[in-house]
Design a protein around this ligand. Structure first.
Ligand code: PEP
Ligand code: MG
Length: 895
């Protein structure tokens, strides 16, 4: 006979799958000899069987009978007994905590007979009737689906009739009448009597708790928290203890350390003469544990002992719920407690110092997400603020500045010393200058991988995207949102960690952890000054991160395009550059040169334009290689569709038409318009870009390769140790790579010969198309390294446009469960990840020493980093500001 029931005395904390979190920990506390009210757990197997078949497994009935009898025998009471009634609570408890999402029924076992027994047992008639009316109310709502307001209204009427405001002012007779009224509600609303048979109450309550696993709100919560739907909940049947039996009774919650700050010592709240729900409801002010010692010294002493025992046993911060019944302590729940990010780091190293855990365990107990929370300045939590709207949190931080609506204004005002927040419908490569000049960026359109989001993250710039309530009127230089009108120059504040947008300035507090990461421990301790708490936090982060660096297998590189980014990345611990996007080097005043390349009538004209770009590119690369001396520096050849460097088609067409009307057409514009029309594409991200561009526009890749080679040769001549690598984007066929590599080898030889050095720059490929992944064995015959461009690989595998989908239909897809997280944020291991795995295996089969990394946005995502470690990549490359997070997560992945 399958077993669906387990007494608390039989289980343990490692059985969360079967017993749920609450049941497993109740069992563990029982095993430890702590005072847990006796009870049993109906396992998640029963819930899964119920979900499958729609009814309880037949064995369960018998097993519950046996468990109830054991309980009755242990306590010397009986369910429904007239003299010595046993009351139980029926509580949900899934593997992962889902606070408030599922149901609980208390006081099961009370009926018209046992209420008398309870009154006798407790010596308190009022208490007994109050317990009974609570049962009918909870049972009616939870089991019989009766609207809870029906009971609440009737309770209010009873108080009004008596002229009192508080529940406690109702006496036993009032409550007895209320019980009758409640029974009447049950009759009227459900068409049946309130069940008097305690076993029927118990069975129905069990089914109600099981059913509550699949309510809409529970499903929604699971989707948001990414908890699988098929786990099911356990049901805990626990003998009731009462905290509301007078002044020597009470109930409370406590932590073994402060979950907000990490300070050691017991923390908690206690409410005398109350039940658990009263603490949560905040009806009366709670007492601190120190004050509890005054009113219930013995129970307090036992509680402290129990808490120390639990912390020693779990070797971590625990939280507990407890009840004191007439001076006797009962432990109702414990678990390893949630904590804030600073507390997580502090507690982890405290426990190492107390020799309770190892450094590996300390590393496992903090996360990259927590570290990044500590890195960014935040708005002062206590400060007043006016919320304008919410968008998507695209790049964390807190930015306050004057709203400006175009990049030129941003640059002009910033040059005058003003902090500005650039507000755009969406950004494009042209906005780069404006973004650099701003303290934050806010867009009305686009998702987390839109241009604004990617560039802002790369720069560590606070950014909120897709705030679609913004109604921007560029002509009027203002925007309307949430009933406010914000004119250019009005101060706004944006929170890149929450996506919130505020009107006016909100005070910002700086992060000592980011000082530590960028400038080292001494600088951060100096900033902390006499603030011991902050100093301790910084030291904790330092210790844990150092351990992560010692532990990890993955190297961490950064995506950096300029020498300045590279410097920042190195100071944050980057061990190389995994992606230098060279297209940013063609913007600004160099744009005209690109235009000249495109418009050239003949080879000579094109070559002249390319020649003009050469020294500029060489300087870019020289600066980068100087900064990254001795470290791998992967330079990607130009990738985006050329039209991004050319004027907007519509604007230019209008300009030309207007000029033609006046009879003064500008021949340059006319020619440019023809070129722009020629290059216009319906799907530019799938068009003439990446290696295709290199093969179709003569001389463009050659120019860049030459610039890299010359810069490297110059560095060698100057005594440096450049490790430049040339990376070819968007390759789909090995033949494409062949052609580029032949060119590269020729240029290397030419430059080497010209400068008297031997140049042997590795030439590698970005794997960004499914076809590249699926033909990795052939590509590896030519490519010396692979770097997964998982942004494009996700786009092309799913067929999702990376620039549009997040705003367009992802919200819907996340709500209906097609997606649990954006695949642009966390790698889709089943689909895109499978391609990665295939490419790694097949690439290495061809070339065992193939270096393999990732430079898509996923390189900085904690969950994705685990996956990249598991599939054996050599490095992850991410935005400079994500580097510390990646270091930490790579360490965690290795333990
Ligand atoms: C990618 O596609 O993952 C990548 C890194 O390249 P980009 O984002 O520049 O297309
Ligand atoms: Mg790409």
């Amino acid at each position: 006979m399958a077993s669906y029931v387990q007494d608390f005395s039989e289980g343990g904390k490692d059985q969360k799958d079967l017993l749920g979190g609450k049941g497993a920990n109740l069992a563990e506390m029982t095993r430890l000899g702590l005072p847990v009210p006796p009870g049993f757990t109906i396992t998640t197997d029963a819930c899964r069987a119920y979900m499958r078949t729609g009814h309880l497994p037949p064995e369960l009935r018998v097993q519950v009978t046996m468990a109830v009898r054991r309980l009755e025998d242990a306590l010397g009471r009986g369910l429904g007994d007239f003299h010595e009634p046993l009351l139980v609570s029926v509580r949900s408890g899934a593997k992962f905590s889902m606070p408030g999402m599922m149901e609980t029924v208390l006081n099961v076992g009370l009926n018209d007979a046992s209420v008398i027994g309870l009154a006798e047992l407790a010596g308190d008639e009022r208490f007994a009737w109050d317990s009974y009316r609570r049962l009918i109310q909870m049972f009616g709502r939870t089991v019989l689906d009766i609207d809870g307001d029906r009971f609440a209204d009737t309770l209010d009427e009873a108080k009004a009739a008596k002229g009192v405001a508080q529940d406690v002012d109702l006496d036993a007779a009032d409550l007895r009448r209320l019980v009758e009224a409640y029974k009447e509600i049950v009759r009227a609303e459900s068409g049946r009597e309130f069940p008097q048979h305690p076993r029927e109450q118990l069975d129905l309550a069990i089914v109600a708790v099981l059913r509550s696993w699949n309510t809409d709100r529970a499903r929604l919560y699971r989707r948001r928290e990414r908890i699988p739907d098929d786990l099911g909940t356990a049901v805990n049947v626990v003998s009731m203890v009462f905290g509301n039996l007078g002044p020597t009774s009470g109930t409370g919650v406590a932590f073994t350390r402060d979950p907000a700050t990490g300070h050691s010592g017991d923390y908690g709240d206690y409410l005398a003469n109350a039940q658990g729900e009263d603490v949560v409801a905040g009806i009366r002010n709670t007492l601190s544990l120190a004050e509890m010692e005054q009113v219930s010294p013995q129970a307090y002493g036992e509680l402290r002992q129990a808490m120390r025992r639990l912390e020693t046993h779990y070797r971590d911060l625990c939280d507990v719920e407890f009840t004191v019944e007439r001076g006797k302590l009962w432990m109702l729940q414990t678990r390893v407690g949630k904590r804030t990010a600073p507390a997580a780091f502090r507690i982890a190293t405290q426990l190492v110092d107390e020799h309770l855990i190892t450094m590996d365990e300390a590393l496992a107990r903090v996360s990259g997400a927590q570290l990044s929370q500590l890195m960014f300045p935040r708005f002062d939590a206590g400060a007043e603020r006016t919320l304008l709207t919410r968008g998507m949190a695209a790049s964390p931080g807190a930015a306050v500045g004057a709203a400006v609506f175009d990049s030129a204004t941003a640059e002009a005002r910033a040059a005058g010393g003003e902090d500005v927040v650039l507000v755009r419908r969406e950004t494009n490569p042209d906005d780069l200058g404006g973004m650099i000049a701003s303290v934050g960026v806010l867009t009305a359109r686009g998702g987390k991988t839109s241009h604004a989001a990617v560039v802002a993250r790369g720069m560590g710039l606070t950014c909120v995207v897709g705030a679609d309530e913004l109604d921007i009127d560029l002509g009027a230089r203002s925007m309307k949102v949430g009933g406010h009108e914000v004119a250019e120059g009005d101060v706004i504040a944006i929170d890149g960690s929450t996506g919130e947008v505020y009107l006016g300035a909100v005070p910002v507090v700086a992060s000592p952890v980011s000082t530590y990461l960028a400038e080292g421990l001494d600088a951060a301790l100096a900033q902390a000054g006499p603030d011991q708490e902050t100093a301790e936090l910084v030291r904790s982060v330092h210790r844990v991160l150092t351990h992560a660096d010692e532990t990890r297998r993955l190297r961490v590189h950064a995506n950096a395009d300029t020498a300045e980014d590279a410097r920042r990345a190195r100071s944050l611990g980057a061990q190389g550059i995994g992606l230098c996007r060279t297209e940013h080097m063609f913007l600004g005043e160099r744009r005209v040169l690109v235009e000249r390349v495109v418009l050239a009538d003949d080879d000579a004209e094109r070559q002249a334009a390319l020649d003009a770009l050469l020294p500029l590119q060489r300087e870019d690369f020289a600066a980068l290689l100087t900064e990254m001396d001795g470290l791998p520096t992967t330079i990607r050849l130009i990738d985006p569709p050329l039209h991004e460097f050319l004027p907007d088609l519509t604007e230019l067409a209008v300009k030309v038409a207007v000029a033609a009307e006046r009879g003064e057409p500008d021949p340059h514009d006319v020619k440019l318009l023809a070129a722009v029309r020629r290059m216009h594409e319906a799907n530019p991200m799938l068009g003439l870009r990446g290696v295709r561009l290199g093969l179709v526009v003569p001389g463009l890749f050659a120019l860049q390769i030459r610039a890299v080679c010359e810069a490297a040769a110059d560095r060698i001549a100057a005594g440096g140790h450049p490790h430049a690598e040339i990376m070819v984007p968007l390759v789909g066929s090995v033949m494409e790579l062949h052609l580029v590599r032949d060119d590269a080898l020729r240029i290397m030889a030419e430059v080497g010969a010209g400068r008297g050095v031997e140049l042997d720059l590795p030439v590698g490929v970005m794997i960004e198309l499914p076809r590249a992944a699926l033909t990795a064995d052939r590509i590896a015959e030519i490519a010396q390294f692979f770097s997964f461009g998982t942004n494009d690989l996700t786009q092309t595998t799913w067929g999702f446009s990376r620039d549009d989908v997040e705003g367009a239909f992802f919200p819907e897809y996340l709500a209906n469960g097609v997606l649990t997280v954006s695949p642009f944020e966390t790698i889709d291991t089943k689909g895109v990840g499978r391609l990665v795995r295939i490419a790694v295996e097949e690439g290495r089969a061809t070339r065992p020493d193939l270096s393999v990394g990732v430079c898509g946005e996923h390189g900085g995502d904690p969950e994705s980093i685990r996956f990249f470690d598991a599939v054996g990549l050599d490095y992850v490359s991410c935005s400079p500001f994500r580097v510390p997070v990646a270091r930490l997560e790579a360490g965690r992945a290795a333990i």
